[in-house]
Design a protein around this ligand. Sequence first.
Ligand SMILES: Cc1cc2nc3c(=O)[nH]c(=O)nc-3n(C[C@H](O)[C@H](O)[C@H](O)COP(=O)(O)O)c2cc1C
Length: 412
Amino acid sequence: MDVLKGKRIALGVSGGIAAYKAAELLRLMQRSGAEVSVIMTAGAKQFVTPLTFEALSGNPVYHEIFEEGAGRMEHIASASKADLLMVAPLTANTLAKMAQGLADDPVSITYSAFSGPVLVAPAMNDQMWAHSAVRDNIRTLKARGVTVVPPESGELACGAIGPGRLAELDTILDAVKSRLAQSIDYKGKRVLVTAGPTREPIDPVRFISNHSSGKMGYAIADKARLRGAEVTLISGPTALAPPAGVRLLSCERVAEMRDLVLKNITDCDVLVMTAAVGDFAPREIEKEKIKKRGEATLTLEMTQTPDILKEVSTLEEKPFVVGFAAESENILQSALEKQERKKLDMIVANDISAPGIGFQSDDNQVTLISGPDEQETWPRMLKVEIADRLLDRILPSLKAPLGMVPGRERPL
Ligand SMILES: Cc1cc2nc3c(=O)[nH]c(=O)nc-3n(C[C@H](O)[C@H](O)[C@H](O)COP(=O)(O)O)c2cc1C
């Protein structure tokens, strides 16, 4: 069955020379059974009229923000209910607006109000495509989980030859289909993710923590939700906005995180532990702020915090468990030992000593370990891309016949 059948697609068109190709794209999606509604920038209207898209789609076209009439909010509402928002062609200008969060035309407004899967197909002059501002904006969108169908090389409308042509329509259609297929492959699955650092108080104003930004766990939570899962995110303190549609449970101390994990683990299918859980905490929390009293040093006595993964490993009934190992030496060996010791189904190892990746960064370079002979080292990529790839690798283990995961007794 065609994945596009019965799907609602919001097709944003911005003002590039390839705008006319959006009409054919619309027809292709309709032929596959999709219901398409079109959104246009003022620039797009310089190339194709709204009437063309209205006639082809059979739906009103949202092309004017300040249009009179009661219907205009409905256009926004119906676009926001779409199964997928795509922008094809995407101009450098609309790309910049999307990256920056500007909302001053129908396409950028819809994007800023949309929480479902987004796909863009940029098309522009080869010099524009190569410009560092455009590269940065593309990266920003990718880091947010937007699927980018890159332009192809060839003769451009301006006469130049190089990358910039809108991708072939069949290529865009295939990308739409796989994005939609992906958007339901976790339907019915419950995913529990831990993220961020933990924070152990020393006194009322100080704490011990680590550099974890939470980006990896938030990316997994967001991607799992976009793929149809019911997601609970247990997060230590981060500066990140909670992903839309995800149940967020906030905590600070390891003991709090442990309690939340154990409370929520019983009815989940997958547990992904990305949180950088502190190993030690001060034995005593001072009631008053510790003051300088003339001593040159301060000694804090630390005790081990609860080992969440170890506790999870001893549970009789447990979900598919994925751990993360942030190591600075003997990366793979340490990760493998941790996987065996904590009985993890998978472990993702990364080298936190490598510059430019890991903590705080949008990128990472990891090795996925499922067993002593099952290791995959992935190239450096965005954390959102790692999230998707990891979810791809986990999924087959959740799709066992008769609802059983191989090697596990509990029916899913
Ligand atoms: C003939 C012509 C063709 C253009 N083609 C493109 C294009 O392919 N890609 C692009 O990014 N901008 C292109 N532009 C520039 C955009 O139209 C311009 O940046 C405009 O502000 C885009 O507005 P919008 O993004 O709101 O639609 C073209 C301009 C003209 C006059």
